[in-house]
Design a protein around this ligand. Structure first.
Ligand code: IPE
Ligand code: IPE
Ligand code: MG
Length: 244
């Protein structure tokens, strides 16, 4: 049972948590189930993560649901995931709305199924005024493809004569990111014992605290997230400076 520990002091709570929800396939394989069963099981961990973020007052949560590299999986698994995303959005958005969650999808939409894109857009529209928690769901997301898009947009401004190359600052990049207007993740969590970034938010995590958990995503519960937040609250962040 989840018993929230004493909440860390407010300034020790991350403003933005990013999660690489990894290990669904292995969770299923360990049980002799098809990999797809692991993806279904991972949904409860996501619900729990949302609940904990709201309880602790974390305003932004970004979760990696499907990477630009995941298209290379067998088409049966890809199709299953795309259908799962659509079903989940159909069935869960009302509850998220009641919880005050604002949904925002990050990633490229042009090669997703039109019915899924429509569902994503309607969920974003329905929840756009909510302010308890902004939930970014990364679908067809890759950090490199995000930066390529940014580069194209900045290059177009230069070509149009509205931006001088010397005037390009970090702000010109940031304003074209999917996470525009949001604080960078303070805490990046990856489950399943892997310690790599897999092309997630590569610009935004420049100064994130990294937390690698051995548990597979479907086993990662509320207590585990609370533990990660506690880990974060004990870090001393320096941002290249010295401790004051
Ligand atoms: C993460 O779990 C979910 C997605 C990538 C969609 P995996 O499917 O990568 O599970 P493992 O890593 O094979 O166990
Ligand atoms: C990262 O997990 C992507 C998601 C969790 C959606 P992967 O399982 O695809 O990453 P690799 O292949 O182990 O790097
Ligand atoms: Mg994986």
């Amino acid at each position: 049972m989840f018993k929230p520990q004493v909440k860390p002091e407010l300034n020790d709570i991350p403003k933005h948590i990013a999660i690489i929800m990894d290990g669904n396939g292995r969770w299923a394989e360990q049980r002799g189930l098809p990999r797809t069963a692991g993806h279904k099981a991972g949904l409860q961990s996501l619900r729990d993560a949302i609940t904990v973020c709201i309880l602790y007052g974390v305003p932004y949560l970004t979760v990696y649901a499907f990477s630009t590299e995941n298209w290379s999986r067998p088409s049966k698994e890809v199709d299953f995931l795309m259908n799962l995303f659509e079903d989940v959005l159909k069935n869960e958005t009302e509850r998220l709305h009641q919880q005050g969650v604002k949904l925002n999808f990050i990633g490229l939409r042009h090669n997703l199924k039109p019915s899924l894109v429509q569902m994503m857009e309607s969920c974003e529209a329905k929840t756009s005024a909510n302010d308890k928690l902004t939930l970014n769901i990364a679908i067809n997301y890759g950090g490199r493809s995000e930066l390529l898009e940014v580069t194209r947009k900045v290059a177009a401004q230069v070509k149009a004569g509205t931006l001088e190359p010397e005037k390009i600052t970090e702000n010109e990049i940031i304003e074209h990111l999917f996470t525009k207007g949001q604080p960078d993740p303070d805490l990046l969590i990856r489950t399943s014992g892997e310690s790599r970034i897999s092309n997630f938010l590569i610009w935004q995590i420049a100064y994130a605290e990294l937390y690698f958990a051995d548990k597979l995503w479907p086993d990662f519960g509320k207590d585990d997230l609370a533990e990660a937040i506690e880990f974060y609250s004990k870090r001393e962040r320096r941002f290249g400076g010295l401790k004051l």
